[in-house]
Write a protein that binds this ligand. Structure first.
Ligand SMILES: [Zn+2]
Length: 235
């Protein structure tokens, strides 16, 4: 019966990509309800066996991989890893849970070599699970030296060689210098750009904020390098 309900619900309600809609038990004993939740495809938990008091307490767990070290007290699990996610917590993204038991043991050569083989196999498991996590690598930033060089090169080339990216990102003072722009407060409704590169006048409404002046200047100058900053911003 539950299977029929589950398959019907899956047909009617489109779940999140990479997830399936599964039943979960929620509530205090005596007032337990079945709710339908998005469960990631890698989750191996049965959400109808472990009841959560609140829906925020529902978590997902992937398959477990463990590395056991032989010890004097029999087999001891030292490291266990699995993908874990708590959608109702502050950190909602999946992460690799690394469960470590601490114990100090001594290994002979043969045991140590066997241990090394185990660790290599375990490392492959950890790598495979890590590759299923969302990409969290920081975007490489231009170093200050790279940025300074880029600005010097832009100055030397003159306005003809500036790109739309340059117009959007170079410091505004350098940009105005490259195009030979003089900025004047004027009795105008909207910002106007007059003249040709090398000798230009940007007429701005006296009430315009600094940010608005800068944005207008970049937008109008972009036309002279064949770029449309509005189009880029709208993409
Ligand atoms: Zn789940």
């Amino acid at each position: 019966m539950q299977n029929t309900v589950a398959s019907l619900a899956q047909q009617v309600i489109e779940g999140k990509p990479g997830h399936r809609l599964v039943p979960a038990l929620v509530g205090r004993s005596g007032n337990v309800q079945t709710v339908w939740i998005d469960c990631p495809n890698w989750c191996v938990l049965d959400h109808t066996t472990d009841r959560s008091v609140f829906i925020e307490d529902i978590n997902h767990e992937g398959e477990r991989r463990a590395m056991s070290f032989p010890s004097a007290h029999g087999e001891t699990v030292l490291v266990e890893v699995y993908v874990s996610q708590w959608p109702g917590s502050e950190e909602t993204q999946p992460y690799l849970a690394v469960d470590v038991d601490r114990e100090v043991d001594s290994y002979g050569r043969t045991a140590a070599m066997a241990l090394a083989d185990q660790m290599v196999a375990f490392a492959a498991d950890v790598r495979r699970l890590a590759q299923t996590l969302p990409d969290d690598s920081p975007r490489p930033a231009l170093s200050q030296a790279d940025e300074a060089l880029r600005q010097v090169q832009a100055d030397a080339r003159g306005w003809q060689s500036l790109t739309g990216d340059d117009v959007a990102s170079l410091p505004i003072a350098r940009l105005l210098k490259a195009f030979g722009v003089t900025v004047v407060d004027a009795d105008v409704e909207v910002t106007e750009l007059h003249g040709m590169p090398g000798r230009m006048e940007l007429r701005v409404p006296a009430v315009a904020t600094l940010q608005a002046r800068e944005a207008d200047a970049r937008r109008l100058l972009a036309h002279h390098v064949g770029a449309d900053l509005n189009a880029e911003a709208n993409q």
